[in-house]
Design a protein around this ligand. Structure first.
Ligand SMILES: NC(=O)c1ccc[n+]([C@@H]2O[C@H](COP(=O)([O-])OP(=O)(O)OC[C@H]3O[C@@H](n4cnc5c(N)ncnc54)[C@H](O)[C@@H]3O)[C@@H](O)[C@H]2O)c1
Length: 377
């Protein structure tokens, strides 16, 4: 691929630095401008990463931009993505893509009418660990997946994020915030979901921020913070998903998948790397032999040690898909199906009944070693 697509960013908060730092690893994309509802935030990032700060209107009208990345807070995702499409640019959004199916269908219709693509994070399922798990499943090593468990549980977000309010408002909560990583990876490994059921609750009506600079401030909780869900997949597999910010400690694995011929132990889908383990019939659990996948290589300092971090891989894959006229792995169809799963889980928690999904999608194409390498500079 020789052509490079111009990329702009709307939303210059916490996660934007990751995009600015990692996008240069990838071919086919170049971040050239950024904007924020708070012009000072855009100016700060522009100075830090040597791009142009613009007003939102000027960024939307910038003829050098082909794709605009939406890194605003969840409740702004829909209006900002809609405005990007109306300005004639492709959209790549942080998760969750939107907060309702209606919003997603409106984006789909607008994108179709304008001949544009919409893509969405998470792209962590493109990581070396999750693609190794995918290859193992595709090779039939654990047989047909019939069931499994996913656990994403912690005490919350108010101890690290400087502005944690949105996590505890509608559009936040552990299912919409962290569920996308798990559901995207389940779609990667198993396929689409048929119906869901859930119980939901919240331990506290308020939370006290312990991170700086707002330490001690009390913020409201307006969405469930503890959800236990059941997912029935179209292939018949049944998965338990526990997502909670009301848990101080636990001993559950992130993701365990049980097949007719063995079990697969998948590392945290919020990250690209990690150790994948498996066992066959009557066999002990063993780590899978590591493979030479470029998105498994540690390249990032995390407070707990070095990790593989290739966020923006999904954006680079979408840019390649635009140029090649192929399906993007982090596509609107898959992101909207994940939204359907998540809002249906929350609806089931409110209404106490199974909810059958109205959307579906295909599994994304696997991203093997060569395909991943081709995305890198
Ligand atoms: N922080 C993380 O580690 C992380 C990781 C993965 C994904 N995400 C996702 O990325 C998104 C942003 O998260 P964040 O942590 O960077 O949030 P943040 O609050 O730090 O930053 C959001 C930025 O968007 C701007 N903004 C809000 N509404 C806007 C609008 N209508 N138009 C233009 N700008 C607007 C804000 O001024 C702010 O600068 C969220 O959807 C979140 O789920 C965050």
């Amino acid at each position: 691929m020789t052509k490079e697509l111009g990329v702009g960013i709307i939303g210059c908060g916490n996660i934007s630095t990751t995009y600015f730092k990692l996008a240069p690893l990838f071919r086919g994309i170049r971040i050239i401008a950024c904007a924020d509802i708070d012009p000072a935030a855009a100016e700060a990032r522009a100075a830090e990463f040597d791009v142009t700060a613009q007003s939102i209107e000027a960024l939307l009208a910038n003829p050098e931009l082909d794709i605009i990345v939406n890194l605003t807070i969840p409740e702004a995702h829909f209006p900002v993505s809609k405005a990007i499409l109306e300005a004639g640019k492709h959209v790549y959004s942080e998760k969750p893509l939107v907060l309702s199916l209606e919003q997603g269908e409106e984006l789909r219709a607008t994108a179709k009418a304008k001949g544009l693509l919409v893509g969405s994070a998470p792209d962590t399922f493109l990581g070396g660990a999750h693609q190794l798990a995918r290859a193992y499943v595709d090779q039939g090593k654990i047989g047909r997946i019939t069931s499994g468990t996913c656990h994403v549980m912690s005490p919350g977000m108010e101890m690290w994020h400087p502005n944690p309010d949105f996590f505890f408002l509608p559009g936040g909560g552990p299912v919409l915030d962290l569920g996308p990583y798990y559901i995207a990876n389940l779609i990667n490994l198993i396929g689409p979901v048929k119906r869901v059921a859930a119980l939901s609750s919240m331990a506290n009506q308020t939370r006290t921020i312990t991170s700086e600079p707002r330490k001690g401030e009390v913020i409201p909780v307006k969405t469930p913070t503890n959800i236990h869900a059941l997912l029935e997949f179209q292939n018949g597999a049944t998965i338990t998903l526990s997502a909670s910010w009301d848990v101080w400690a636990h001993r559950h694995g992130n993701m365990e998948l049980y097949g007719t011929d063995g079990s697969l132990f998948v590392p945290d889908p919020n990250f690209f790397g990690g150790t994948v383990e498996a066992s066959g019939r009557g066999k002990e659990i063993q780590p899978l032999e590591a493979w030479d996948h470029p998105f498994a290589v540690n390249n990032w300092e995390h407070p707990l040690g070095p990790i593989a971090n290739y966020r923006t891989a999904g954006l680079a894959d979408m840019a390649d898909a635009i140029l090649a006229g192929r399906d993007a792995r982090c596509s609107l169809d898959r992101a909207l199906h994940a939204v359907d799963v998540m809002v249906s889980i929350l609806k089931s928690g409110e209404e106490g009944r199974f909810v059958t999904l109205t959307t579906t999608c295909t599994q994304p194409a696997a991203l093997g070693i060569e395909e991943a390498r081709a995305l890198l500079r």
